[in-house]
Design a protein around this ligand. Structure first.
Ligand SMILES: Nc1ncnc2c1ncn2[C@@H]1O[C@H](COP(=O)(O)OP(=O)(O)OP(=O)(O)O)[C@@H](O)[C@H]1O
Length: 259
């Protein structure tokens, strides 16, 4: 199920350092939202607050709220492990468990959440997750072979299958194509486009063409200088951000005059 994310006055800290200041934004379900902006403006930091991954860094914390269909993920008593199964994450470098089989990689997240699963259900889940990740046809005859034997692009789709298998509401992607060749990038972009039928998808990307190709809405973040916090400058339908942005900083960035 796809859920809406409402971020309210979120401030993100690493110890004393305010990395991201006062973000308020709504992220729509069944849509792809892209985060763009220059290096260091806090895109990845902010992304990691959406599934409570930020706080795994010692001293890191947030102020404000992140509501998932109205439930504040930072409310007292909310289990961050449950949050991470509702809000999955795919990283820059594909990170399948190298010695684990393709099949076990798909099931790894489900097992981590200690859901018991019958063999026939597991087979079905492996197939449906790999189909959703557009990988089934390429791997169906070698499910018991290690995940590390796949190409980089296939490994990234395997990681996406692993996220999908947990049946999350949201999938976060932190530069999911930056380690991939152009063909694999296209395969992952096609997949992102299909995923939005069922999930809320949020993607951090340095590649503006990619943001323009895959996203419905784009958020532009910026930073005033070293040591200053990142801020959300403009958030609008992607076409608007690229064709008629309201803010000069956005225009400078998307036209390549900056960053
Ligand atoms: N683990 C950390 N501890 C302390 N500061 C950090 C940590 N990770 C990131 N930062 C700082 O937080 C700020 C935002 O970094 P972040 O990586 O989120 O930016 P970004 O926009 O994703 O950059 P890039 O596009 O280069 O990945 C930077 O000033 C960075 O140095």
């Amino acid at each position: 199920m796809s859920k809406r994310i409402d971020v309210e006055h979120l401030k993100v800290y690493y110890g004393d350092f305010l990395a991201v200041d006062d973000i308020t934004m709504q992220i729509e379900p069944r849509a792809v939202t892209a985060f763009i902006g220059p290096s260091g403006c806090g895109k990845s930091t902010f992304l990691r607050t959406l599934n409570r991954m930020h706080e795994v860094i010692p001293g890191a914390y947030v102020e404000g709220k992140v509501n998932l269909d109205g439930e504040n993920l930072y409310a007292k008593g909310v289990d961050p492990v449950r949050v991470r199964s509702q809000v999955g994450m795919v990283f820059q470098r594909p990170n399948p468990f190298p010695t684990m089989s393709i099949r076990d990689n798909v099931l790894a997240g489900v097992k981590l959440n200690s859901r018991r699963i019958a063999r026939s259900d597991a087979d079905e889940l492996v197939e449906s997750s790999l189909r959703s990740a557009n990988l089934w046809n390429e791997v169906k005859d070698r499910l018991d072979k290690p995940g590390s034997g796949l190409s980089g692009g296939q490994q990234q789709r395997l990681c996406i299958a692993r996220s999908i298998a947990v049946r999350p509401d949201v999938i976060l992607m932190d530069e999911p194509c930056s380690a991939l060749d152009p063909i694999s990038t296209l395969a992952v972009e096609d997949l992102i486009n299909e995923l939005k039928a069922e999930y809320t998808v949020v993607i951090v990307t340095h590649n503006m063409q990619q943001a323009a190709r895959v996203s419905d809405k784009t958020a532009f973040f910026n930073i005033a200088g070293t040591g200053k916090p990142g801020r959300l400058i403009e958030y609008a339908p992607t076409q608007e951000i690229f064709n008629k942005p309201q803010e000069k900083a956005t225009e400078d960035y998307v036209s390549g005059r900056f960053g």
